[in-house]
Design a binder for this molecule. Structure first.
Ligand code: NAD
Ligand code: MG
Length: 301
């Protein structure tokens, strides 16, 4: 996959830059492992070329072991940042792989396993990142839970709670703790979703959290602007990651995953990375409270 992609700055047709995948039916227990994903996802391992846009920066990325977070963590490192990675202990093999790619880029990788549904863990996460990196100036709230459920009557209270804890509360706890440390010039980037605007009938809890993330992002951006801290969001469309095979989609929907986008294919995690790099870097100094849609062309506000 990566061979075909070339480096990310090469001129090419976006429709065919990555293959139109038709993933076989598969499932994994939550949170899912990138290592077991068929076909493999592209995090930019062989294609992302940095241009020094985050030289000397210090980033905390949640959900950094796989999928979008892994692509972002790797791109940040290749742009010159040291990175603290948050993930669940079950995801250690995926985290080890991304951490070693960050180290191969000559940057520091700090591994911080733990459950972000726990407020105390979120506060520790920030404290440990600050300690290990010698400060913090980029926070990416990207960890997410997505488990489909056909009928509201069948949606367990526990799942509703866990989805909100993972997607919304963790963002609140981590951001609140980080504000004690973030200097002017810092960037906070939250991962929202096309689901915030086009809620799928089988993802009610998930879609609701994503709309909440957008509102939090746009409100907080105004609050923090005078302090020189920019807050923005990225709203992905259908991206091929372990989230989709660990309850995120019905199994029989996987072969068609992403096919209905105008571009006609699912996105790869690496295609998200430049959006996060842009929002983290000083070149986006006049961009605040924005949600950058990276979704293969689905109409979005
Ligand atoms: P992913 O499974 O690779 O990443 C999600 C990560 O969340 C996991 O790797 C895990 O480390 C982390 N996580 C989940 N529960 C956690 C917990 N309790 N404690 C600590 N970490 C936890 O999948 P992804 O698709 O890359 O997801 C990243 C973000 O992108 C999520 O917020 C997701 O909602 C969002 N998103 C994904 C898509 C898509 O199509 N894949 C579309 C829109 C938005
Ligand atoms: Mg993972």
């Amino acid at each position: 996959m990566s061979d075909q992609a070339g480096d990310q700055l090469r001129f090419q047709d976006p429709a065919t830059r990555y293959p139109s995948i038709s993933p076989p039916e598969q499932d994994q227990p939550e949170p899912g492992l990138d290592q077991k994903l068929q076909p493999h996802a592209d995090h930019g391992e062989d294609s992302y070329r940095g241009t020094g846009r985050l030289e000397g920066r210090k980033a905390l990325v949640t959900g950094a072991d796989s999928g979008i977070g892994a692509a972002v963590a790797l791109a940040f490192a290749r742009e010159g940042a040291d990175v603290a990675l948050s993930y669940l202990p079950e995801e250690q093999p995926d985290a080890d792989r991304i951490a070693s790619l960050i180290e191969q880029a000559g940057r520091k990788a700090v591994k911080l396993p733990g459950d972000v549904r726990d407020a105390e863990h979120c506060r520790n996460l920030v404290a440990q990142a600050v300690e290990a990196l010698g400060g913090l100036d980029i926070v990416v709230n990207n960890a997410g839970k997505q488990v489909f459920c056909e009928k509201l009557e069948d949606l367990p209270d526990e799942q509703f709670d866990a989805t909100f804890k993972t997607n919304v509360y963790a963002m609140f706890w981590i951001t609140k703790a980080a504000l004690l440390h973030l200097p002017a010039g810092s960037s906070i980037i939250n991962t929202t979703s096309i689901e915030a605007y086009q809620p799928s009938p089988i993802l009610l809890d998930y879609a609701t959290t994503k709309a909440a993330i957008n509102a939090f992002t746009k409100g907080l951006a105004q609050q923090l602007a005078p302090r020189g801290i920019r807050v923005n969001g990225v709203a992905p469309g259908p991206i091929w990651t372990p989230l989709q095979v660990s309850g995120g989609q019905p199994k029989d929907a996987l072969p068609e995953f992403g096919a209905s986008t105008p571009l006609g294919r699912a996105g790869q995690p690496t295609e998200l990375a430049p959006a996060y790099v842009f929002l983290a870097s000083p070149e986006s100094s006049y961009v605040l409270g924005e949600t950058l849609n990276v979704n293969g062309g689905m109409p979005s506000p």
